[in-house]
Design a protein around this ligand. Structure first.
Ligand code: NDP
Length: 479
């Protein structure tokens, strides 16, 4: 199936008529083509967004809210179709797409549709000076939203929904590897009555289409989720133009397990936090540290549970681990398994590819647990972003804190303990944007989301996102 750009409410071919193959990771076959858009397509999308802005930015929050909530409802009506498309495009298990990805995309529109009606500006009476100050929150104009392949519709809408809720018009690019549900979103926006030009979706490569968005002098803000190296590149390009940036980047998140935790709950959640979406979630706890007194027991129980996971075709409802997103990504993950071996790591389970009958060319890898002897080895420091976790024991709170923080990333951390004093100390001192205690990936869309250090700059979620997508203007009136 060929997909097209969505510009000014219309579906259209790229101006140069150049196309890129789109692969199905479950069988390695090309199943469609997507536009290989250029600067000219981005310019066309920008012009549509610019023309739509004066009217869209003056609509009331209630009018915008109604349309966002309609989009949310239509995403729910189309859940099955969208989940199937997402699973085929990305390789993720259909059960995950149905239960998490697509419902979350619908929640994003519903949440920001509601949030914008509650997004009030502040005012301050400067009594002694007989003046009143108030803050206007004005939309920025045309903004760029660029998202990765791991949670395609979920992360695409996490940016677009607050951007348009706040009154901006958008030029957006999904990952070239997983364009399908972004394409279907265009149809849904038309059906929901989103005015033409408010959202424009341009497909293509990061280095051309994405680059044209970040270089565009009149796209005033960029919300980006993706790898740290790409984030650094965007920051460099955007800085001389003083663009507003929100960068959600990579992670190498610690999962810290103390002996006093609720063991069974921790064990089940740790399997999920290690391998959800084939380990291709920026929040996965890819470094597992276990208190020495329960280390051997944990190692045995964890490996047993991981071995029981079913690697299978993504469209099979019983599949736990689907296909990795692409051939190059599979090769990268396999390289890291070899690096672990070269660095004296012990592969406790997995480590090899899996052949699925009838889909022999798909990108399947067994979930892999590697016991490492040093927290400083490469597999413990670098983001692998696949079904691979490391485990190692620790002796004390201070030891594990030091190891947890001794990476360049700082996205999230998970802590398993029932000790309140320890919870408070560790939560304060872990270098991360999000700390989960006795749970993982429990999300409340009102909370700030983002990382520290090389995991990013800025926060998404709740009013933080609406603040990012608006400019604050102070007005001071003397009376
Ligand atoms: P990339 O950084 O490779 O790509 C992300 C997006 O940026 C894609 O749409 C890509 O296009 C585009 N892009 C690439 N180069 C440029 C450029 N020069 N200018 C503008 N856009 C560009 O990341 P991945 O898609 O590989 O995603 C995986 C990464 O995302 C991991 O590091 C993961 O940790 C991170 N991530 C972070 C999250 C967070 O919230 N902090 C959440 C989820 C993932 P194309 O694909 O076409 O190359």
């Amino acid at each position: 199936m060929n997909i097209q750009n969505y510009i000014n409410g219309n579906f259209q071919n790229p101006i140069n008529n150049h196309w890129i193959d789109n692969y199905n990771p479950s069988n390695g076959e090309v199943y469609g083509q997507i536009p290989n858009s250029t600067k000219e397509d981005v310019e066309k999308a920008y012009s549509a967004a610019k023309s739509a802005f004066p009217i869209w930015s003056k609509t009331t929050p209630e009018d915008r809210s109604r349309i966002l909530i309609k989009i949310s409802e239509l995403l729910e009506v189309n859940l099955k179709r969208l989940a199937e498309a997402e699973s085929k495009d990305n390789g993720k298990p259909i059960s995950l797409a149905k239960a998490v990805d697509i419902p979350r995309a619908a929640s994003n529109f519903r949440f920001f549709g509601n949030a914008i009606t509650q997004f009030a500006s502040e005012s301050h009476e400067s009594v002694g000076q007989q003046a009143i100050n108030y803050t206007l929150r004005q939309p920025i104009g045309v903004v760029g939203c660029i998202s990765p392949w791991n949670l395609p519709l979920y992360l695409f809408t996490w940016k677009i929904a607050p951007a348009i809720a706040a009154g901006n018009c958008v030029v957006a690019k999904p990952s070239e590897v997983t364009p399908m549900t972004a394409y279907l979103l265009g149809e849904i926006c038309n059906e929901a009555g989103l005015p033409k030009g408010v959202l424009n979706i341009v497909h293509g490569l990061g280095t051309t289409t994405g680059q044209a968005i970040i270089e565009h002098p009149d796209i005033k803000a960029i919300s980006f989720t993706g790898g740290t190296a790409t984030g650094a590149h965007i920051a460099k390009v955007a800085a001389p133009m003083f663009k507003k940036l929100s960068l959600e980047l990579g992670g190498k998140n610690p999962n810290i397990i103390f002996a006093d935790c609720d063991y069974q709950d921790m064990l089940a959640t740790t399997v999920r936090s290690s391998f959800a979406n084939q380990g291709q979630v920026c929040l996965c706890g890819s470094r597992i540290f276990v208190e020495v007194s329960i280390y051997n027991q944990f190692k045995k129980d964890f490996v047993e549970k991981v071995k029981a996971l079913t690697v299978g075709h993504p469209s099979n409802e019983d599949t736990h681990i689907g296909a990795l997103v692409s051939k190059p990504h599979l090769e990268k993950v396999k390289e890291y398994i070899q690096i672990a071996k070269d660095e004296n790591g012990t592969v406790l389970c997995g480590g090899n590819e899996v052949t699925i009958k009838g889909s022999e060319n798909g990108y399947y890898l067994k979930p892999t647990v590697i016991e490492v002897t040093s927290d400083e080895c490469r597999v413990n420091q670098e983001e692998i972003f696949g079904p691979v976790v490391t485990i190692m024991p620790f002796k004390s709170e201070d030891d594990v804190l030091e190891m947890a923080n001794k990476v360049k990333y700082g996205l999230s951390a998970t802590l398993w303990t029932n000790d309140l004093k320890r919870t408070m100390k560790m939560s304060n001192e872990l270098q991360a944007g999000i700390v989960w205690v006795n749970t993982w990936m429990m999300r409340d869309l009102r909370t700030p989301f983002g990382g520290v250090k090389a995991s990013g700059v800025g926060r998404e979620g709740g009013f933080e996102a609406l603040r990012f997508f608006t400019e604050a203007k102070n007005v001071c009136i003397k009376y």
